[in-house]
Design a binder for this molecule. Sequence first.
Ligand code: ADP
Length: 290
Amino acid sequence: MSQPFIQVKNLCYSYQDDDGREVPVLRDLTLDIHRGEYVVILGHNGSGKSTFAKLLNMILEANSGQILIDGKDITSPDMTDDDVFALRRKIGMVFQNPDNQLVATIVEEDIAFGPENLGLPSEEIRRRVDDALEAVGMTAYAGHEPHRLSGGQKQRIAIAGIIAMQPECMIFDESTAMLDPSGRRDVIKTIETLNRERDITVIAITHYMNEAARADRVIIINDGKVAMDGTPNEIFSQGERLAQYGLDVPQGTALIHRLRERGISLDGDCTTPEQCADTICAALAGKGEK
Ligand code: ADP
């Protein structure tokens, strides 16, 4: 396999508390992420997920350990301002509150903001804005005022603003947490499309297990380290271990586990609703029912 896009080695980070004491958050975090992966990071509140995301984008700087992005050591003291700028173009971040991420009064001006700051020719800016609007399914809203849009639409505009910078990787830090179910669905669909059709590496931090169920890979952070790392099926089949880390399994998975506990024989995966339906249908078909 080629060199990982992101290599994190023995990463440590502490905050200082009000008395100036070091409070360790990340202790010896080590992981690799490959180009094109769709990775969800889970962990209980305060487990260090956001801190990790901010270290990847150099909003924070590590105390020790190493982060290599595309082979370049971003924890090196030799990183220049230009290097940091290049890193943030390569790895875009979308945060929780869409209102804090929009800067202009018209949607297309908001999306043009980043490319304008790159000093690109106006035709190139136009092309990128149109492309980004299309990528998030918001072309019809180019001339709208962002503050009149729904939360999910605003978040898709924030995503478009990042897409216009042509990143190789996007980090979503609880980007669906403030949205209603339909806004959440639209944003997740957008994230999946960016990953599957545009090959953008996705790192999504979420509390929603149904969201995690759709990723290629799930990483659990606990006690500042990687506690579990596998496919959604591998991770969610270990409900008891997840409970130790303060995490649930998706609802469909929990239902299948309850049915099995009651002695009903159900073979098959049960991470996504589709898998649960297939597993139940297979059992019913085995009994000659439809
Ligand atoms: P998560 O994203 O998993 O909820 P965070 O990375 O936000 O966790 O926070 C990890 C820990 O660091 C928490 O205990 C939090 O209280 C603490 N923390 C986060 N930001 C700061 C800060 N700016 N100053 C001091 N402590 C912080």
